[in-house]
Ligand binder design. Structure first.
Ligand SMILES: C=C(OP(=O)(O)O)C(=O)O
Ligand SMILES: [Mg+2]
Length: 603
């Protein structure tokens, strides 16, 4: 079945200026202002919001120029002149953008790239290669930039971090020589809807929510890091939309990040939804710090953060504590282990945002989709099932020990309650080992993440070993459903509404209840995966017996508003219905029917 259709049902291609409406006439429903029919395509909505804007496509990466020798007639001097012209054009464009960006970090980075383009070393290397070999000018440029980048990487430290920049400049010059768009984020000079095959976490992290109105990707999934970062930045996003490849630059589209809908040539109805959303988002811009169900039962809502800036933003939004601090996000670009002082500074800054509150800090979750060269080594055939998370400490506990000491030092003298948990724990023996390492470092509250089915099934024994558990539904869904969380085509599998996943969550929550007994402060069971940020699913999780939910700070006000619309008994009844549903769609639809507040809020 095509996932691309007219708003009134027929199949179509999306494009501008040669879109389908020209040939079809303005007779369909959903006519846009100019009388042409709206055209819709579907994907998975992963970050809520309704916006309208023009498409700007992310240029594809530059492929390695082939090794075929250039024609004998192409003189080295002429080819070198082509190189210098392309290089000068790239430097001029980067300088123009640096000036437009002004004094901030973006301007500095672009200015530095412009200087790299005209660096004499690159020029000399290309000239030599053209004189000594029959390489094409594209290949000579590509190889020269690669060699310089490798040398920088070998020098380590700050210079190694510039290696990627040199490759980027080399790619830009090759793109200019080929007459194709430069790789990377588009710069149309106005706000736009970013359309891409997929985005690397680094691309998403540098997005400016003022400029990027929405994200639409062909790949990706509900729990992919693109989705997580889009939610954190508050940018509406639709992923796993294969037909997005047909959206042409400049086409005006309506993006519905709730239902995963993208409509070319939006009509008046779409514009009304955008206006209604901006009213709701103003109303739900701040979290009061506390959440209760309709019958007054409190629910702990905490923020997921990736570092000091996130923590400050979460505190500004009203969060009173952190339920997941992904410490690896502070050090993703590092080639070497951060020093004790660097770690101390980052952790202190995060804890300082929540005086009197709680901060659940996760130790470095390296491996698989989050490579940290100073922790993970070598290639693995199947990295998601490999040495990742806590498993890296088995090989070398030094990095973990030093991190735990830095965390204990950061908490000393503050009144923020530090709780530390390990990612990707599978067995009770691992949990016991982690608790011991925490105790050695002076950390008194330790926990583990439940991200693999084995840990979920053994939850009771885990809860008798450590003080708390936090369910990472992103990985728990990936491993329960055997579906890569970054794989767009499998997004129907890696859906936390899958009844099998909900049953595992219920099992863990019940284990929490058993171990907690009559002590309401004991054996907490939290959820810190993206499921907690889905307001309808948050109700189900609470109904299953989860005691705290942690999510991107922007979701806190909406989740609190939806929780406030149900009593504990209603949440429990809904949870039972969802666990018993035959599939994820039925579970989701059951919750939607039971929660009219979702429609009222435009969700
Ligand atoms: C919170 C989780 O960890 P991450 O998304 O960082 O893997 C999870 O797996 O649900
Ligand atoms: Mg995880």
């Amino acid at each position: 079945m095509s996932d691309l259709r007219y708003a009134d049902g027929g199949a179509a291609h999306v494009g501008s200026p040669a879109g389908p409406a020209e040939g079809d006439g303005p007779d369909g429903t959903g006519a846009s202002g100019d009388g042409q029919r709206s055209v819709a395509l579907s994907g998975v909505g992963v970050s809520p919001g309704h916006v309208i804007g023009p498409v700007a496509r992310m240029a594809p990466p530059i492929a390695e120029p082939d090794a075929a020798p250039r024609p004998g007639t192409a003189e080295a001097a002429t080819e070198h002149a082509r190189f210098t012209a392309a290089r000068d054009a790239v430097a001029a464009e980067l300088t123009r953008r640096a000036e437009a960006a002004g004094d901030g970090t973006a301007g500095e980075v672009l200015g530095a790239l412009a200087m790299m383009a005209t660096d004499p070393t690159l020029d000399g290397d290309v000239a030599t290669a053209l004189a000594d070999t029959q390489d094409s000018v594209e290949r000579a440029t590509w190889l020269a930039a690669g060699r310089i980048a490798d040398q920088l990487a070998g020098l380590g430290g700050y210079l190694a971090e510039r290696a990627g920049d040199v490759r980027d400049v080399g790619n830009r010059i090759v793109a200019e020589l080929r007459g194709v768009p430069a790789p990377g984020l588009p710069t149309p000079g106005h706000p736009y809807v970013l359309v891409a095959d997929d985005l690397a976490p680094a691309d998403t992290a540098t997005l400016d929510p003022e400029t990027v109105l929405a994200i639409v990707t062909e790949g990706g999934g509900q729990q992919s890091h693109t989705a997580i970062l889009a939610r954190a930045l508050g940018i509406p996003a639709v992923v796993a939309a294969p037909a997005a490849g047909q959206l042409a630059d400049g086409t005006e589209v309506y993006v519905n990040g709730v239902h995963g809908e993208v409509v070319a040539r939006p009509d008046a109805g779409h514009r009304d939804r955008v206006a209604a959303w901006s009213l709701v988002s103003r109303r739900l811009a701040r979290f009061s710090g506390a959440a209760t169900l309709a019958d007054g039962r409190p629910v702990t809502l905490l923020a997921n953060v990736g570092g000091p800036e996130d923590a400050a933003a979460a505190a500004r939004l009203g969060a009173r504590g952190v339920g997941l601090f992904r410490t690896e996000f502070c050090f993703l670009g590092n080639t070497e282990e951060p020093t004790f002082d660097e770690q101390l500074r980052a952790y202190r800054e995060v804890l300082a945002q929540f005086p009197g509150g709680t901060a659940v800090v996760r130790t470095l979750d390296a491996g698989s989709d989050k490579p940290l060269p100073f922790v993970t080594t070598g290639r693995e055939a199947n990295p998601a099932l490999g040495v990742r998370g806590f498993r890296t400490a088995e090989r070398d506990p030094g990095v973990l020990r030093r991190q735990l000491h830095a965390l204990a030092a950061a908490a000393a003298g503050t009144d923020t309650q530090l709780k530390v948990m390990a990612p990707m724990v599978t067995t009770v023996a691992e949990a016991a080992g982690f608790r011991e390492l925490c105790a050695e470092a002076g950390i008194t509250t330790s926990g583990v993440m439940i991200e693999v089915p084995a840990a979920a099934l053994d939850a009771e024994a885990l809860l008798r070993t450590v003080d708390f558990v936090s369910i990472g539904t992103n990985d728990l869904t990936q491993y329960t459903m055997a579906a890569d969380r970054e794989h767009g085509a499998l997004s129907a599998f890696h859906d936390p509404w899958q009844p099998a996943v909900l049953r595992l969550v219920r099992h863990v929550a019940e284990a929490g209840g058993t171990v907690r007994g009559d002590d309401p402060t004991g054996a907490g069971v939290g959820v810190c995966g993206e499921a907690a940020a889905d307001p309808a699913l948050a109700v189900v999780l609470v109904g299953l017996g989860v005691t705290s939910l942690s999510m991107t700070a922007r979701a806190l006000p909406t989740v609190a508003a939806v929780l406030a619309s149900v009593t504990e008994a209603e949440a429990a009844r809904l949870a039972r219905a969802c666990v018993g549903a035959p599939d994820a769609q039925t579970a989701r639809a059951t919750a939607r029917d039971a929660l009219p507040v979702l429609t009222e809020l435009g969700l």
